[in-house]
Design a protein around this ligand. Sequence first.
Ligand SMILES: Cc1ncc(COP(=O)(O)O)c(C=O)c1O
Length: 419
Amino acid sequence: MISVKEKTLAAKVRSDFPILHQEINGKSLVYLDNAATSQKPLIVLDTLRHYYEKYNANVHRGAHSLSVRATEAYEGARDKVAKFINSESSQEIVFTRNATEAINLVAYSWGLTNLKPGDEIIISVMEHHSNIVPWQMIAQKTGAVIKYVFLTEQEEFDLDQFKSLLSRKTRLVAIVHVSNTLGCINPVREITSAAHQVGAKVLIDACQSAPHLAIDVQHIGCDWLVASGHKMCAPTGIGFLYGKKEILEGMPPFLGGGEMIGEVFLEGFTHGKLPHKFEAGTPAVGEVIALGAAVDYLTTIGLDKIHVYEEELTTYLFKRLTEISKIRIYGSKSNLDGKGRAALASFNVEGIHGSDLSTLLDNEGISIRSGHHCTQPLHRLFNASGSARVSLYFYNTLEEIDSFILALKETIDFFTEIM
Ligand SMILES: Cc1ncc(COP(=O)(O)O)c(C=O)c1O
């Protein structure tokens, strides 16, 4: 059952993740909720601890040794993130608390300044609430109108409908790269190029792609891209916004305060240069440096290797899931063999609530997610209040998938007997 590839990747990296080696409810932990947040390797935990033990200081402020060292490590992490997504310059990387804050930054800074009544924003029905609500808030304030891309019959991004929505009124397109519920990988390069032809700007939500696929912002051509560190082996509390330099330069600051200024007078202020003009207040210094360590860790393993291994896991997951009768798996109906899908599956089993499934699986030490996964409009489209979701990362194994399927089948049998 264990393939050679698995031995060389998951077996090699599992010892890097201390949290995976514990029992939950008397059973070995099987962590399959990676789309919600990933686990952290020792090197990331050690980097965070080392910062607080050895050179904790505020950045960009002091001439003393600790501050210089902290600033170098902080800016070094920015360089690493820039390289990770093939950005042209580190000035194009702004650190935020998470992807949600990064989207809000663009919405409030660019959106409030550039959108007017009748302008159109295109988002899709599969967006995470973080890429819906900020645009709804900005649309309310500016009079801009939101247009939605729906799904094809195959339950994938409807590229034709998207193209039919584009017009000179379209000012912004904000689309998820990999859906956290459907697991489809959207054609972001084609979406970006079509949007640019009508003069619209494009924001890509890379929360579920950056941890798993090599991202190249220059190849995609997008104007902004956002991601959260905690889904890619880094601590919580840190995310980033990529923006093309000339676009970031034209945007006003989002938050005001220390760090983001040039000079302050009683009458007003000038703002600092990129990227600091968007980083008001003391940043999450330790978390940024630890994000840099996470990026190093992922890069050393190789995103290509991670992707190939996850493809193998995903194919196996779908082979086993589709053995189960009365299961409804959402998204990409033509890819129920798992090929071309991201390493996750959202599903419902007829007559059983997702939260009951997840609670009973937890009794077996297996962590999966249940609920709406912050995609309520998408679930409404399926007439479902929520679903169960299993999501994998490169430290998961085929055996863990077997344990999950076995526990799932036992849970379904249990409910069938009592119904
Ligand atoms: C596709 C997608 N976008 C945005 C987010 C929001 O991320 P965060 O809560 O870290 O800001 C998530 C988190 O689940 C996500 O999966």
